[in-house]
Design a protein around this ligand. Structure first.
Ligand code: UDP
Length: 195
């Protein structure tokens, strides 16, 4: 996969359609991918926190979400094709999931927000298999139970919508155990889905 390095973080040069196709293959091949949709705020945070930078560099796929990332790639003379918003990639993956019978698990946002987001997803995608969901307000003490519940549900797609500073290190820490083909940080996307 072609990438452009922005402060050493390899950002994929695929457009949105190619990104969805790539992740569709990841699901079919059952190969775990931590997908980061990166924006300039996340890059700034990573520059200040080496542990966070390491997470960005270890992710299997980093996609250019923010307009600033698209600008930076052009600035270093290695442009990406287009901005690839994470929320749109999630939306398209949900449609593919419905068609192909993939299992989906959602973690993040406040309890009433994630419940409303699930309701709306089920209205838009009646055959979508949402095999589990929970809010994003839990601490390390609960990680074990959350990880076990996800493992038991065996999803193909796992969307984690907590703050960027939380969701990416969390996915990184547990990705081997979770071993879900697509594990993607989606920030505030559940708030948007909840209506
Ligand atoms: N969120 C969460 N758990 C937390 C903090 C935030 O689930 O511990 C959710 C929050 O409800 C929202 C999303 O993460 O749905 C993004 O939150 P916010 O905009 O505060 O984070 P930022 O993107 O600014 O880091």
């Amino acid at each position: 996969m072609e990438t452009v390095r922005i402060f050493g973080i390899p950002v994929a040069k695929m457009n949105k359609r190619e990104t969805v196709e790539y992740l569709t293959r990841a699901v079919e091949q059952k190969k775990p991918h931590h997908v980061v949709t990166i924006n300039p705020i996340m890059i700034m945070a990573a520059l200040e926190h080496p542990a966070h930078m390491a997470v960005m560099k270890r992710a299997e796929l980093v996609i250019p979400d923010g307009a600033g990332v698209v600008w930076a790639a052009g600035y270093v003379g290695n442009p990406v094709k287009e901005r690839v918003p994470g929320i749109e990639v999630m939306g398209e993956l949900l449609a593919v999931a419905e068609q192909r019978g993939w299992r989906v698990y959602l973690v993040g946002a406040a309890p009433e927000v994630i419940a409303a987001a699930v309701e709306r997803m089920r209205a838009v995608h009646p055959k979508l298999q949402i095999v589990g969901y929970r809010d994003g307000y839990f601490g390390e003490a609960e990680d074990e139970a959350v990880v076990e519940d996800i493992r038991r549900a065996a999803p193909d797609l796992l969307f984690v919508g907590r703050s960027a500073a939380t969701q990416e290190p969390w996915i990184d820490k547990y990705k081997e155990r979770l071993s879900v083909p697509v594990m993607m940080g989606v920030g505030g996307s559940f708030d948007v889905w909840s209506g």
